[in-house]
Design a protein around this ligand. Sequence first.
Ligand code: ATP
Ligand code: RIB
Length: 302
Amino acid sequence: MPAKIVVVGSFNMDLTSYAERMPRPGETLPGHKFVTGPGGKGSNQAVAAARLGADVTFVGRIGQDVFAEAALNFWKQEHINTTYVVRDPNNSTGVAPIWVDSQGENMIIVVLGANLAMTQADVDAAADVIAGADVVVCQLEINYDMVEYALKVAKAKGVRTILNPAPAGKLAPEVVALADYLTPNETELEILSGISGDYEKAARSLITRPDQHAVVTIGSAGALWVTQDSAHTIPAFKVKAIDTTGAGDAFNGGFAVALGEKMPLLDAIRFANATAAISVTRPGTAPSMPNRAEVEALLKGS
Ligand code: ATP
Ligand code: RIB
């Protein structure tokens, strides 16, 4: 049985420019490539999970524009259930102008549009599918109230929750407590905890119960899994990174599938590292997500 994953989150159309280096303030630089592609942290994580074989439902809001049509076509192609995607009449589909340099590093500005207009009614419409999920995944590109609400609906039904607190923002402790698995990157961890430098201490400061886990993604160093009384580093796979945009999303999509399939946690994190490692060897966000056979092959070869 495939894992049932529900992602309550964002879609953005990614407008990606590739250049040798990032521009300085006030500078105009020539780029050598421009690509328009489906993105948004929620949708990217949904695509990663679907390509890995999960049964995925996406809950979110898009506008009435061409980017919204492109999103719907893309999700259909990726076999993602879009029954609970709302077409917002008043707001544009989210967009994300992205710059990627020759080292594969990225800078992003998101204009979230319709993503920020999600309502309780949108989440309530999906309550049955949330109740039947193995894992519910949220990020921070929709209005925070709806992140909290979706996590509450999931927890009330005993469904396991992943909160990827990205992009970085401050959250009330009650919201953090709704996450069974918290998956910040280094910056997000620092902003959430207010502690810099010591990742283990920072991650532990966010955990308030024995069955809660922080899995901090640390780029090419892999991931740090922290509980109230333990910490383990799970190294990344060695690959040649050409575009790390969406690496965190690949990690979260892979992690959700692995948890949904009831893998032991160390295996689940290795599976997530493998998913993300392949994604950084390819350009783009959602289009760079690997399929199951590719991830299994990397895991076997290691
Ligand atoms: P982004 O914002 O670029 O999507 P992120 O900052 O959310 O990424 P990272 O911690 O940079 O997330 O990376 C997520 C995961 O991707 C890492 O835990 C690791 O598994 C994998 N990863 C990232 N960079 C590399 C790399 N250079 N080589 C191998 N794996 C990588
Ligand atoms: O994590 C990468 C994503 O962040 C991009 O797809 C972009 O849309 C922004 O939301």
